[in-house]
Design a protein around this ligand. Structure first.
Ligand code: ZN
Length: 272
């Protein structure tokens, strides 16, 4: 957390605020994620345009969108809804294509809440069907974005046949690694377009005076950050001032920053 943390509307300040209000009980959980403030700061500083440019061209991005629109025809045009938790399974089973196994339950493995979900390909594991799992220990908003991410793997599987892992585990703290991984970032692109359709993105991220000749995405400026927070609260029910464990809050904050900056990068570089 550097100098920028002095601006009370900066990401660094938000991390400090969450840590300050953390009850002792959540402390262990926070420590388990070695240095959340540092990880978030890294995401905050990273130039997403460079990552996008390195991993995808415009054509590949169009292909990803076309693949995702087989499930969500209005992707990037209209806001995709978040199903209330009680409704999640019903809504999800309506979206998940035939021939894909879908399972949603609280994860009781050692990773606990850190695991959001996974996608297991059928071929390499000799499964009868591909399997999508979503950890229902999470909030409705996090579950919806996890489902969107895992379905993203399924819809883009054909594009990434060379992918070495048969199972794509989705951990909360792993967003920075996604920026070096075509398979993961493709799935995240779909989530960010679903969460911030074009009209919303143009409203939140249009700051041409800051773009210069070469598009890049640095820190979310305070006005952007508060716009993103408001959007996340209204649309995904993510309220960072609500009472829930600080470690979990920081994970959700990391996701919020990651998807917002990814969306900003897509707008800045590809005008999407
Ligand atoms: Zn993944």
């Amino acid at each position: 957390v550097g100098k920028a943390a002095q601006d009370p509307r900066d990401i660094g300040a938000l991390v400090v605020e969450i840590l300050a209000t953390a009850p002792k009980r959540g402390h262990e959980e926070i420590m388990a994620w070695r240095n959340p403030a540092k990880d978030i700061e890294r995401l905050a500083r990273r130039d997403y345009v460079r990552a996008l440019r390195r991993l995808f061209g415009y054509r590949a991005i169009r292909e990803i969108i076309a693949a995702a629109r087989r499930i969500w025809p209005t992707l990037n045009q209209a806001q995709l809804g978040v199903a209330p938790k009680s409704e999640f399974d019903r809504v999800a089973s309506g979206i998940v294509p035939r021939g894909v196994h879908f399972k949603s339950s609280p994860w009781d493995g050692p990773e606990g809440l850190a695991l959001l979900g996974f996608y297991a390909e059928k071929g390499k594991l000799h499964l009868k069907h591909p399997l999508i799992y979503v950890n229902s220990a999470h909030d409705a908003g996090a579950m919806s974005s996890a489902l969107c991410h895992e379905l993203g793997h399924h819809m883009t599987a054909e594009m990434f046949k060379e992918a070495p892992q048969p199972v794509h585990l989705f951990f909360d703290a792993g967003y920075a690694a996604h920026l070096d991984d075509r398979v993961e970032l493709a799935a995240d692109i779909i989530v960010s377009l679903a969460g911030y359709p074009e009209p919303v993105a143009r409203k939140l991220f249009s700051t041409p005076w800051n773009w210069g000749v070469v598009a890049r995405t640095g820190r979310l400026e305070p006005s952007m950050l508060s716009g993103v927070r408001g959007h996340a609260e209204n649309r995904f029910g993510l309220d960072l001032t609500a009472k829930f464990p600080a470690g979990q809050k920081l994970n959700y904050l990391a996701g919020m920053i990651h998807y917002a900056k990814l969306r900003w990068g897509l707008l800045a570089e590809y005008d999407l």
